[in-house]
Design a protein around this ligand. Sequence first.
Ligand code: NAD
Length: 442
Amino acid sequence: MFLLVSTEVLAERLHKLYKGKLSIFPKVPIQSHEEFAIWYTPGVASPCREIAKDVDKVHEYTIKGNLVAIVSDGSRVLGLGNIGPEASLPVMEGKALLLKFLADVDAFPICLKASKASEIIETVLRLSPTFGGICLEDIDAPKCFEVLEALNHELDIPVIHDDQQGTAVVVLAALKNALKIVGKRLSDIRSVHLGAGAAGLSVARLLIASGADPSKMILVDSKGILYAGRPGMDRWKEELAGLTNGEGRTGGLKEAMEGADVVIGLSRPGPGVITKEMIESMADDPIVFALANPYPEISPEEALKAGARIVATGRSDFPNQVNNALATPAIFRALLDVRAKGAPIEVFLAAADVIAQYAEEKGLKEDFIVPNIGDEELYAREASALVEVAVRKGIARLRVSPEEEYERVVSRIKRLREAHRIMITSSIIPHIPIIQEAKEGI
Ligand code: NAD
């Protein structure tokens, strides 16, 4: 049925038909209307009093313990740009759907009419009592850096910007495995980071935290190579410009890529941003991550033809898809389960390790360096490793053992999938109808 129309047409028709992708459904039994005396007034006063006495109990008595706000102002949405809060809602619903389906995290989209960082910060602070975690999405740089920093400082729940940290985790995992294949070490490689925005800067920071040598890294943005003292940089670029580019190169991408082992593109849709000649100028066994969406900076075919040994993109229709969904759902699962007070960098480093190891166990090859989002066990493995990190880092309000977490995550995902399957087979969730593309004249 899907073959009858393009994905775009199908997506437009089905979003309209289902009127969005999420709904709120009771999770308590209600056998008679009298039971509302328990779930609502007068009974509800009792849990309210418990929470008023000890605010931490809100995690035990309410939805907060499993609820994440997906917050965006719609200022830099996927490949769509600044489309505003309303137009970004389908994307935020989609992210919530992924968190639910992959890790049984209840997530709710919050699209804000706000243009300044201070407005977003203020609003999220005021909303925070309801949520166990905040997932920032599609907020443009450098505003997103300011928002993340301030919320992390002010809030005692995990705040993650998926485009920054989610991307960085999966890029690091993919890079670790690519380096195993070509026999190079992270600490030795010369890497070029094309794009110094939300994703690019966060990837550079996580690679450095994982042992990459910053002096061997070169960052490039639309104005060329970043170097210390380059005029017109924000403080986040300045910080990395001061650490990287040990040789003090200047110029553009062409100059940056000569002799590089790795190029990581998180810049603007291609093709033509990275050229064949640039790849030919790299060191032996070049690793090319062309991650711009929806079109990679260079097509995988062209990159391979130019001599790239390993190519990754952000797309599901090519091998080696760098997909944040491999990271963020399980990270939130673990952090919610220990009622974490934050999300330190060690959590992201550990998530990258688990993702890399999981793919390695399945057998690494040039066209398999990261798992697929359908690899169900991955999420339980990640969450189980991350609860241990959270306890070790002192951010866990609850102690949960890795073994306990693994079993819990496996069983809650199984239960969720079973409930979803029953709702589909019993037509509570209507089946997808056959849709044919209307052609002119028909
Ligand atoms: P951003 O707008 O914050 O940053 C873009 C950066 O690219 C800026 O520094 C800009 O100066 C630079 N840039 C633009 N054109 C350039 C050019 N021709 N040469 C060099 N630099 C150039 O955006 P972002 O959120 O960091 O995302 C960047 C890209 O990466 C987007 O295409 C996005 O879809 C993609 N992305 C992919 C994944 C994934 O998992 N595959 C994840 C996050 C972002």
